[in-house]
Design a protein around this ligand. Sequence first.
Ligand code: DX5
Ligand code: ZN
Length: 214
Amino acid sequence: MIVSPSLLSANFADLKGEMDWFNRSTADWLHLDIMDGVFVPNISFGFPVLKHVAKLCKKPLDVHLMIVQPEKFVQEVKELGAYIMNVHYEACTHLHRVIGQIHEAGMKAGVTLNPATPVSVLQDIIKDVDLVLLMGVNPGFGGQKFIPHTTEKVKELRKLIDETGSKALIEIDGGVNQETGKLLKEAGADVLVAGNYIFKAPNPSDACALLSAL
Ligand code: DX5
Ligand code: ZN
């Protein structure tokens, strides 16, 4: 399983220490949650902080923008050195154009769906995206309880991807732990994001390895 630990649950007073164990762990990507207090009811961190994290991080950056008009920040995300830029379906009036802009900037493009947004809205864009990020909770906060219906959405999305010949990966974000992770893997998930389960564990590196082994 590809694992993308979410920095949102890290100890912000010791980001260097967090990056030390992270770089030596089985983690594949680093998930970065950018919030604006408008699209979601919370504010996390922005580019001035992430610039320093990016320098310390030796693994690909998986950037999740929970902001309105994410197309305004394609250049900033690119300058961060991001591998993938995820934008919310609900935040983009012209999603097809935004996906094109992300690709033109040389990054992989991901589209994210909130829990109340059905997989069917992806029908006409699924072949253009590299990844679909399904929210397992309402975005904005770490440590929330997993919404069980998400596993059904993973199955539906797997079917859509297989039927259309899309190469998109399926990533899940929110409420992931060893138990929900196993269900998500069985449903067809390729990538798991985990914040609290990894960063709040007695041994984050071990928790990460357990998800990697799923
Ligand atoms: C929530 C964020 C998540 C968050 C997940 O809006 O998008 O990435 O960090 O946290 P956990 O894994 O604790 O639910
Ligand atoms: Zn996220």
